[in-house]
Design a protein around this ligand. Sequence first.
Ligand code: MRU
Length: 354
Amino acid sequence: MIQTLEWTERGVRFIDQTKLPTEEVYVDCTTYQEVADVIRNMVVRGAPAIGVAAAMGIALGVKNSKAESAGELRRELDHICDVIGKTRPTAVNLFWAIRRMQQKFEAVRMLPAQQIKQALIEEAQRMHAEDIAINRAMGRHGSALMPASGGVLTHCNAGALATAGYGTALGVIRAAIEDGKKIHVYADETRPFLQGSRLTAWELMKDGIATTVISDNMSGAMMRQGKIGAVIVGADRIAANGDVANKIGTYTVAVLAKEHNIPFYVAAPISTIDLATPDGSEIPIEQRNPAEVTHIAGKAIAPEGVGVENPAFDVTPAKYVTAIVTERGIARPPYDQSLATLADDASQPTSTAS
Ligand code: MRU
């Protein structure tokens, strides 16, 4: 099984996603500042993995703290959360994880400092285990939506590497295959960071799942040729009205899917649903280094000094989204009602319980 990230004796260990697929190497972080750097530099990426990484980074910062009282520890915790909260702005799971760790602190603040630290370390490890269970549940719900056979297109990497394990969109595909469906995955290359060709193709091939990489500009032609029976992607943030922020290029795929009458599904945990953001226009979109567009593996592919845009995400309006798969079930339009019902359902197992 792929270990995207794990808590170790020394700190937090990450598979270095900037090196895949050519090198499988690991990075050991022993301070929270190092964890913040690996999130910022995309050694770890993908909304749920960023959330768990943030929680583990906070746990590591608290573990290393010399604070002997809850008050002192609280001041350090605030600073650690501030640093980690400034790494990447779009994936709401980052802020969800920070909030959950802060809530845990509040719940145990009467204990001696050493026990508070231990409780926060355990909370981060619990979030790691829960994330895998959540993805499995999403797979069980979403499998029925997948075609019995044929091509399924995905964009970016919403797999084991983007989560604590198994994946969201790729988790649904994995579950469908475990249920006997004969799915062939088409993986958009996903310029400029190439999560599709580098990461999705790598992890699916490791599992022996039939995979074809296409460059992003080929998806329309593949749909027109009848090769794609469904599209499924992950999400970085889903607004209350069902607008979905995900990797740049997702919007293009959704519009193309609509034109070809192909269902467009999103798989995401409840922690990705942001009911406080009414619609997609208010989702902050991360702008990344222009060099990601002008260079590939350090080699220039555009003239020096050319103008560049590099938004890391786009927003797909809810009207293009056929259904949203969560660990609590499937939301369908109108999303303002279905998402609120799912997110508020306290009787269901939750990713937000502390
Ligand atoms: O910039 P990234 O690689 O962190 O972007 C990742 C995505 O857009 C994923 O599709 C999303 O986070 C869902 S991952 C389960």
